[in-house]
Design a protein. Structure first.
Length: 190
């Protein structure tokens, strides 16, 4: 049952029965990554990435052999305040240059429940790569009512330490821990 539901998340169509991995691509207009951190104990501050690229490859017969890759330019970060964004792009944090990317490449998927999985992967940013585990949930899978093609939606979350990626300025006053919340939609590739 567990592997069946995870399989559905990536590859169910009205004519199911695939032996090879199938490619799904992220719907950039309905996929976002929101991050939050504690600011000096006074507030929780948020930022976001949206409009990024990614793909999911799924092997229906062996869901653990599936994979996920996502990438986004560091400079596509949104903070809601121009001066904060400028500070994040400065040498205090990312020292971001055009072309600098944040990437995630899965290295393993473990089904953990009827509609949940642990996705382990390599998160790379600011010249550092660390292994992280995403707690992922299948929200829904089926035929998209407007696009009329197979579609899937997922949420995931994890917590990372900024200092692990050399962006730990002002810790512990500004929390080292950053909570990451992910919500994506993916469509079967043509």
């Amino acid at each position: 049952m567990k592997t069946t539901l995870l399989a559905a998340a990536f590859a169910v169509t009205a004519t199911a029965g695939f032996a090879a991995p199938e490619k799904y691509v992220l719907d950039a207009s309905h996929s976002q990554i929101v991050f939050s951190y504690n600011h000096l104990g006074y507030s929780t501050t948020y930022g976001m990435f949206s409009g990024f690229d990614g793909e999911i490859m799924f092997d229906q017969e062996d869901p653990a052999a599936s994979s996920v890759t996502v990438s986004m330019p560091v400079k596509s970060m949104m903070t809601g305040w121009e001066k904060r964004l400028g500070h994040f792009m400065s040498p205090d944090f990312f020292n971001a240059q055009d072309g600098d990317m944040v990437t995630f490449t899965s290295t393993g998927i473990e089904v953990s429940g009827d509609n949940t999985a642990k996705i382990t992967g390599d998160l790379s940013m600011n010249g550092v790569t660390k292994s992280v585990v995403l707690d992922a949930t299948l929200n829904q899978v089926g035929t998209h009512p407007q696009a009329q093609k197979p579609w899937a939606g997922f949420d995931a979350s994890t917590t990372v330490l900024r200092s692990d990626f050399n962006v730990g300025a002002f810790a512990p006053y500004v929390s080292d821990e950053v909570q990451i919340m992910i919500s994506i939609e993916a469509m079967k590739a043509e």
